[in-house]
Design a protein around this ligand. Structure first.
Ligand SMILES: Cc1cc2nc3c(=O)[nH]c(=O)nc-3n(C[C@H](O)[C@H](O)[C@H](O)COP(=O)(O)O)c2cc1C
Length: 206
């Protein structure tokens, strides 16, 4: 499918056909599209957890406003936004910059200093979460578009009660937080119309 057709195909799928399973190769391509997303300072702020356990899915659904996508999807990815790892002094940041610079000590130092200056703008963990989550959304969009190109439906899900979800998933929110849940599968209902403002309403030139 061409990119333009995929844009028209992608919509927030509300119910998936629970008997139609995504092929492993297609799902790998979706994950790979997430992996290759761009990110601020190249820090790859995300972690992807694939939830296949049915009982866990049912618990997650309860914390997600009982949305049926969670249990009807063929695959469910929880995208986590890193928090603690993004501290400029963390081992994660050090190893990311080392990888990026092919272990060039001077380049690592330059990156680390620039990043520490940038990071100083964040007042608290909430700011860090906002920044981290924004990068995760880029990965999510890559995954949704790759899925659409393969004829696979998706639905970004932010409708959840975070404290309940954290408990179900057993995560410590000072280390990482849920950015989005991303179910994938095949639609059983007609696609909803894409209702958008016109370019005239949203584009300005100077
Ligand atoms: C960050 C984000 C969170 C969303 N959360 C939900 C959700 O919890 N449940 C849902 O059904 N749709 C959710 N949506 C889907 C939007 O409602 C949908 O993308 C929007 O209405 C446009 O419709 P379309 O995607 O079908 O074109 C979410 C979309 C985004 C980008």
């Amino acid at each position: 499918m061409e990119f333009k057709e995929a844009l028209a195909f992608r919509h927030a799928c509300k119910v998936f056909d629970e008997y139609k399973i995504i092929e492993e190769d297609d799902f790998s391509a979706i994950l790979e599209a997430g992996r290759l997303a761009p990110s601020s300072f190249g820090l790859e702020h995300w972690e992807f957890e694939i939830i296949r356990d049915k009982e866990l899915r049912a618990k997650i659904r309860k914390a997600c406003w009982d949305q049926i996508q969670i249990t009807s999807a063929s695959e469910l990815i929880v995208i986590y936004a890193k928090i603690a790892d993004l501290d400029p002094k963390s081992d994660y940041v050090k190893s990311s910059f080392a990888r990026k610079t092919h272990h060039d000590a001077a380049a690592i130092e330059a990156y680390t200093n620039a990043f520490a200056g940038f990071f100083a703008r964040f007042k608290d963990e909430r700011d860090v979460y906002g920044w981290s989550k924004a990068q995760c959304f880029l990965a999510a969009q890559n995954m949704m578009m790759q899925a659409a190109i393969l004829g696979i439906d998706s639905c970004a899900i932010e409708g959840y009660i975070e404290s309940e979800l954290n408990e179900v998933l057993g995560i410590d929110p000072s280390k990482k937080r849920v950015a989005m849940l991303l179910p994938f599968g095949y639609r059983i209902k007609e696609q909803s119309p894409q209702i958008r403002q016109s370019l005239h309403d949203i584009v300005r030139y100077r």
